[in-house]
Design a protein. Structure first.
Length: 309
């Protein structure tokens, strides 16, 4: 998994145990930050409610010819000259699988950003866990937890992450069931074909994915010039460029082509693809993911539909 990193700012390590200790020390602060982000967007978050089988009142709406007469609310209809149906709220909890890339490249943070890609990815995942748990949804982390529903879902997930000795480079997705959602936060710097190959299992299982590309602004703009040494944070391989600025055009073309290929692939599958830069607000990505998941909920009864966020 070759990545480009800047030697002077990369803090990647190949010691999985050391990385687990670092992650454990960061989790409490990241959970606090996640809740702060949630409080900024909670006013516009209405969960994933929809019409269906349940006990709670949802709405009154005009009767449509062909519906069972037993669904008519005669008391409400008696007030006007039209027939009205009393809808109830769908109460079946949905399962959303959450995962943040633990690869060494995610530790990268340039001088253009205030947080590493790993920190941003975990904040986004924990914020989603908080929002989804408040909405009564089931959440899970592949290979770490089974799906569960709890008001303190983010706190429970954070505890699992803090005590995990090591996390695999890629999640085990075989237990993701049909109609589940999967949110994956990663830099997606592997070749697009490789990413499509390992995520294809979700499409075959009938799940719907929401990919969040977490990007450091330096990775996209390539602001390097003169003699520069680059190091792969996962293999340790080095590349020395005598005049780094001569690589900029080709690098940016390949970088954007990878992103566009993944976004187009997600769109064909009815998935969403969101980019969040680490010099931007985490709440921006959170709002877009919420919108993408809401589109999916609204169309679930009639089959899979949706678009790229």
């Amino acid at each position: 998994m070759a990545r480009i990193g800047e030697v002077t700012t990369s803090v990647a390590t190949t010691d999985a145990l050391a990385r687990a200790r670092i992650r454990a020390s960061l989790i409490p602060d990241l959970l606090v930050e996640a809740r702060r982000v949630v409080n900024n967007v909670i006013a516009g978050w209405h969960g994933r409610r929809k019409r269906g089988i349940g006990e709670n009142f949802w709405q009154f709406r005009p009767y449509v010819e062909g519906e069972a007469y037993s669904r008519i609310d005669w008391r409400r209809s008696a007030r006007e000259e039209h027939l009205y149906v009393r809808d109830r709220e769908w109460e079946a909890a949905h399962t959303v699988w959450l995962w943040a890339d633990p690869s060494p490249s995610m530790l990268y943070k340039s001088s253009y950003a205030s947080v590493s890609k790993e920190a941003r990815a975990l904040v986004l995942i924990l914020a989603l866990a908080e929002l989804l748990s408040r909405s009564g949804e089931r959440i899970a982390w592949p290979g770490l937890t089974d799906p569960f529903a709890a008001r303190n879902g983010a706190e429970r997930l954070a505890s699992h992450l803090a005590h995990a000795p090591a996390l695999p480079a890629r999640p085990d997705l075989v237990h993701v069931s049909r109609f589940s959602d999967v949110v994956i936060a990663s830099d997606f710097l592997d070749p697009a074909e490789e990413v499509m190959e390992w995520l294809d299992i979700l499409a075959r299982q009938g799940a719907r994915a929401h990919l969040i590309e977490v990007a450091d602004p330096a990775e996209e703009s390539f602001p390097y010039s003169g003699r520069t040494e680059f190091r792969d944070p996962e293999t340790g391989d080095k590349l020395t460029a005598g005049r780094a600025e001569t690589l900029a055009d080709d690098y940016q073309r390949l970088y954007i082509a990878r992103r566009e290929a993944l976004a187009a692939w997600c769109k064909r599958l009815g998935w969403s693809y969101t980019v969040n830069h680490t010099d931007r607000l985490a709440s921006e990505a959170l709002v877009r993911i919420h919108m993408a998941m809401t589109v999916e909920t609204d169309n679930l009864a009639g089959g899979w539909a949706g678009g790229v966020a």
